[in-house]
Design a protein around this ligand. Structure first.
Ligand code: AMP
Length: 311
């Protein structure tokens, strides 16, 4: 499969890489890391990484702007995106060939060529595996910037190597990547430095979450609370893992009220929760999933289902 993808990359002069909406470090890392690798190893090709920019990821890179006309005859690669609804960018079907590279469950097997590995910690780790084949068989070399981007994606999706998806291979890849001369402390600062206000909201979460005897926990953060703490809905992504430190927790859901929906962010220490997310129109990984609901009553239904999973 990796050889097939590299052979495909070699065939096209124009390559446009997409990733998911509401990007995180693995979305940027896999997308922009792949772009860097292709560009460094095939300097004659035009390679673009597209999608709306998220200011909180400026420390990593910035996407490119492309016109619809550019898709004509292009190879389109989508990284880190399980289903078509989550693809950022509307013209991805207008290229010549579509490739999916992802580590989410393959609920929506789109694309002409698919490489899905759900046991990989991150899509960035998969891009590194692609690089390894490129290096061994096609003479690819790694660049410092590609190493920095892939390392960021791996760190982000493994929760700094703490999630169970972190494997021996993940550490091997990380140890390979840190041989390159990028500033790790600057990267960690970009990823984890938080506004003081966010820490106050974290305190609020620790004080206000509810947990039943089985370790099913939830907390609701509505617009008034976000305003009170002067924090935006998207800022809160850095707090979703916080409850994982609570002794006895089984699974948890954090509700964040946005403009016209309530974002449901689910995490688990054991029970598989992506089916629950799918029940509410979302999806994701077995232990980290998300969805959106449209009322607090619906949010209560999510809580009731989560409690059942922890019984
Ligand atoms: P988040 O809480 O946004 O970090 O989401 C955790 C994981 O859940 C992501 O990696 C996605 O795979 C998945 N996810 C979140 N929201 C949705 C959604 N609305 N539909 C499908 N998958 C989602």
């Amino acid at each position: 499969m990796k050889r097939q993808i590299i052979d495909t990359i070699e065939k096209y002069d124009k390559i446009i890489i997409h990733r998911h909406v509401r990007p995180d470090p693995d979305a940027y890392g896999s997308q922009m890391g792949l772009k860097e690798l292709i560009q460094a190893n095939y300097p004659g090709k035009q390679v673009y990484a597209v999608g709306a920019h998220d200011e909180s990821l400026t420390y990593l890179a910035r996407p490119d702007q492309v016109d619809q006309a550019l898709y004509e005859g292009a190879l389109v690669i989508i990284t880190d995106t399980g289903n078509t609804e989550r693809i950022d960018g509307e013209f991805y079907t207008q290229g010549d060939l579509l490739v999916k590279i992802d580590h989410h469950p393959d609920a929506d097997p789109y694309g002409d060529v698919k490489w899905v590995n759900t046991s990989s910690s991150s899509t960035s780790e998969m891009i590194h595996s692609l690089f390894e084949v490129g290096q061994a068989e096609y003479g690819w070399t790694m660049t410092t910037d590609a190493a920095r981007l892939l390392f960021a994606g791996i760190v982000g999706d493994t929760g700094r190597f703490m999630f169970p998806s972190t494997s021996v291979h993940t550490f091997e890849v990380a140890s390979d990547l840190i041989k390159f001369d990028f500033d790790r402390s600057e990267l960690f600062a970009g990823m984890y430095e938080v506004k003081r206000e966010l820490l106050h909201l974290k305190g609020y979460i620790y004080q206000n979450f509810k947990m039943d005897d089985n370790g099913a926990a939830f907390v609701k953060i509505d617009k008034a609370i976000l305003a009170q703490f002067n924090v935006t809905a998207s800022d809160t992504s850095q707090l979703v893992g916080a409850l994982g430190d609570v002794k006895g927790i089984c699974a948890w859901v954090i509700f964040i009220e946005e403009e016209d929906q309530i974002r449901v962010r689910l995490r688990s220490k054991g029970p598989v929760i992506n089916k629950l997310a799918a029940q509410f129109g979302g999806g994701g990984h077995p232990l980290a999933s998300g969805a959106s609901v449209h009322s607090w009553e619906e949010a209560d239904e999510v809580i009731a289902e989560l409690k059942k999973l922890c019984e």
